[in-house]
Design a protein around this ligand. Structure first.
Ligand code: HXC
Length: 258
């Protein structure tokens, strides 16, 4: 399917989704969010795809929701139409791992999009921020919630209240991103990470994604029980037998998602 605001490439078992509105620093307008939803749904249901990478340009992952599109909207428009409610629902339905490869600006909705992904690999030029306060509004897609869980209350308050940006080094130190790499190596690093994941049993990757995400939704004891039960259930798979046999036989496992 041809998209106007994103480019989708399927390489090996990885869907690489590139945000592509260079004139607006990949600002998230309605078309982009709808096309990204479609691409994620397609990748989620495409049997060939085992991992998804979302990236932007070298200058901007995404500079936020499209301000020109929001500027004319009234309370009745946004509350009545429940603006930005559909996109996260689609995103959360994808069971395959999603990596954000962030270079340059990841601001407002751009930072929030990166945080919706399962983990973030950043280039050394990345800048994260929730500058909505400068527009007289606030975060609306997780910037006051996910960011607080990632970096803690003090930094989340600082970023949301002052609108200051966090560079890649601070983002890694604070737990917002999993690794920082030179800008030129960003896509290779993200694709290599996705390639590693694609080699594993898809049953185990789904189980892990669900378990880690569960830790945000429940108490420690309930989360530990969920984790243990999912761990137990993987012993019903052929991939568990294959993975353990391969280790003992000192060979590479051949997972079949069974
Ligand atoms: C629409 C945007 C945009 C945005 C940049 N552009 N960000 N258009 N919405 N969020 C456009 C500019 O208008 C400009 O278009 C072009 O992209 C290049 O941007 P410049 O400002 O000229 O680039 P630069 O001087 O390098 O500054 C980069 C920047 C700045 C620091 C990222 O663009 C900026 O502050 N952008 C807004 C960031 C922001 O406030 N984001 C939060 C949005 S609210 P022209 O046509 O002039 O060349 C939000 C709410 C989330 O995200 C709620 C839930 C989704």
């Amino acid at each position: 399917m041809a998209f106007k605001t994103i480019i989708v490439e399927i390489e090996e078992h990885i869907a690489l989704i590139k945000l592509n509105r260079p004139d607006a620093l990949n600002a998230l307008n309605a078309t982009l969010l709808s096309e990204l939803s479609q691409a994620l749904t397609d990748a989620g249901t495409n049997k060939k795809v085992r991992c998804i990478v979302i990236t932007g340009s070298e200058k901007a992952f995404a500079a936020g929701a499209d301000i020109t599109e929001m500027a004319e909207k009234s309370f009745v428009d946004v509350f009545g139409g429940d603006l930005f409610s559909e996109f996260p629902n689609t995103f959360m339905r994808v069971r395959k791992p999603i990596i954000a490869a962030v270079s340059g600006y990841a601001l407002g909705g751009g930072c929030e999009l990166a945080m919706m992904c399962d983990f973030i690999i950043a280039s050394d030029t990345a800048k994260f921020g929730q500058p909505e306060i400068n527009l007289g509004v606030m975060a609306g897609l997780g910037g006051s919630q996910r960011l607080t869980r990632f970096v803690g209350k003090s930094k989340a308050m600082d970023m949301n209240l002052t609108g200051r940006f966090m560079d890649a080094e601070e983002a890694e130190r604070s737990g917002l991103v999993s690794r920082v790499v030179p800008a030129k190596k960003l896509i290779n690093e993200a694709m290599a990470a996705a390639g590693k994941i694609a080699e594993k049993s898809a049953l185990a990757t789904v189980a892990i994604k669900e378990s880690v995400n569960r830790s945000y939704e429940t108490t420690l004891n309930e989360g530990l029980l969920f984790e243990r039960r999912v761990f137990h259930s993987l012993f019903a798979t052929e991939d568990q037998a294959e993975g353990m046999a391969a280790f003992i036989e000192k060979r590479e496992p051949q997972f079949r998602d069974k």
